[in-house]
Design a protein around this ligand. Sequence first.
Ligand code: RB5
Length: 147
Amino acid sequence: MKIAVGSDHGGIHLKKEIVAYFESKGIAYEDCGAFIEESVDYPDYASPVGEKVVNKEVDLGILVCGTGIGMSIAANKIRGIRAAVVSDEFSARMSREHNNANILCLGERVVGRDLALSIIDAWLEATFQGNRHERRIEKIAKLEELR
Ligand code: RB5
């Protein structure tokens, strides 16, 4: 299991906490930036993380900005990405079990460190349930063909 992580300046502190958490747990990750605290544009970081996920260079992605919203909107423009912005463990689990979310988006200004790490645990422990949910994921993929 390898996870790509990315943030803008609004999520850089939480990203650092997530990276430290992965280090402590021996979870493989690739940090796609940002590496500076100056103002940057979140689509520039959603892009490499999303590309790595769809190209199967990593298994999953985690994106952090101030709210998680900008990152989720940007990442969901990439064909094959199902990015979910969540701020509780239940939604995190459901985003994997029902929606097969391949990117988790978090808001540093919304969730604290401990809740964020708990959300990540719930997300990583959950697995896609398939069956009727598979049909719905396929219908989402069909929507991408409209573009
Ligand atoms: C940056 O100020 C902020 O807009 C960004 O981190 C994010 O919250 C956007 O959705």
